[in-house]
Design a protein around this ligand. Structure first.
Ligand code: G1P
Length: 293
């Protein structure tokens, strides 16, 4: 079986839920604690052995392109704790600047359309899809967990996570069977159902391993929700002929396209940072005491 080496990262979204912060700054460059949001997706991809990244960009994303392009070598010189700058060469497992490609999605026609933009570059290979504003915090990373399941199950793999039932209208939701540990069969999907219509409380949390047949399906896909080409609609078509396996992520996903999710991710990464941990913890405890008094 050929190793999966390519990942698509769509970054064309306008970040409307994070305005005015995203008026000029791409949301992928907003910091989560001490580094831009996009860094976490790149680290997760690199740890999973991904070598080529295809960014699907949109309008007003020049800054992101600049950050990932010209500054890329510089990024590799930061140490983990960001305290010092180490002039060292990137290791083999890290991404090479030559292996980052940008494709502009000319119109905001939806996630399915964004994925379709990468058709010619991906060709006939299986690939990963990472939605970077869904920040998946876990060890090993979410994609690595999913690749383990892929090596056994093949086919398509979708990252899942339990959410409160009242939140189903925000995400794609799956219908599952045959759950063993964190792996299950996916029997159906529905995009953003109201809680009473949701087949489970398992959301599609923004990580996918997909087979190349999705491109043909997307090409024939009619616009759905919001008059956009929805990826979930194409997956629903493909599930009739292909195997879909769900992996319930052993970790926690923060929806950083949303102000509360963004704040929670910042707090959690701050609390987990070794360098500042105790000061941050003390300050937060004091703040909570003030709020409660
Ligand atoms: C997309 C998918 C949805 C998934 C979500 C995760 O929705 O269509 O199934 O749950 O990403 O972020 P979007 O955020 O593009 O509306």
């Amino acid at each position: 079986m050929k190793k999966i080496s390519k990942a698509i990262i769509p970054v064309a979204g306008l970040g409307t839920r994070m305005l005015p912060a995203t008026k000029n700054l791409p949301k992928e460059l907003l910091p989560i604690f001490d580094r831009p949001m996009i860094e976490y997706a790149l680290k997760e991809a690199s740890e999973a052995g991904i070598e080529d990244i295809i960014f699907i960009t949109g309008k007003n994303k020049e800054m992101l392109q600049y950050y990932l392009g010209k500054n890329y070598q510089a990024r590799h010189t930061f140490t983990e704790d960001n305290r010092s700058i180490k002039p060292e060469r990137p290791t083999k497992s890290e991404l090479n600047p030559n292996n980052i490609v940008f494709i502009e999605q000319k119109e905001p026609l939806g996630l399915g359309h964004a994925v379709l933009c990468a058709k010619n570059i991906i060709g006939n290979e299986s690939f990963c899809l990472i939605l970077p504003d869904m920040l998946a915090k876990g060890k090993p990373g979410c994609l690595s967990q999913m690749l383990q399941a892929y090596n056994i199950n093949k086919g398509n793999i979708i990252g899942l996570e339990k959410i409160p039932i009242e939140d189903t209208y925000k995400y794609g939701i799956v219908k599952i069977s045959d759950k063993k540990n964190n792996v299950c069969k996916i029997d159906g999907m529905i995009e953003k159902p109201r809680p009473e219509k949701a087949p489970s409380n398992l959301m599609i949390m923004g990580r996918y391993i997909l087979q190349p047949e999705i491109f043909d399906t997307l090409e024939h896909q009619n616009p759905g929700h919001n008059n956009e080409i929805q990826l979930t609609d194409a997956l629903i078509t493909l599930i009739e002929t292909q195997k879909f396996t769900g992996v319930v992520f052993d970790g926690k996903t923060y929806d950083c396209g949303d102000k509360l999710g963004y704040l929670m991710a910042n707090l959690q990464y701050a609390l987990d940072s070794e360098a500042n941990n105790s000061d941050i913890r003390k300050t937060l405890v004091k703040l909570i005491q003030t709020l409660e008094s």
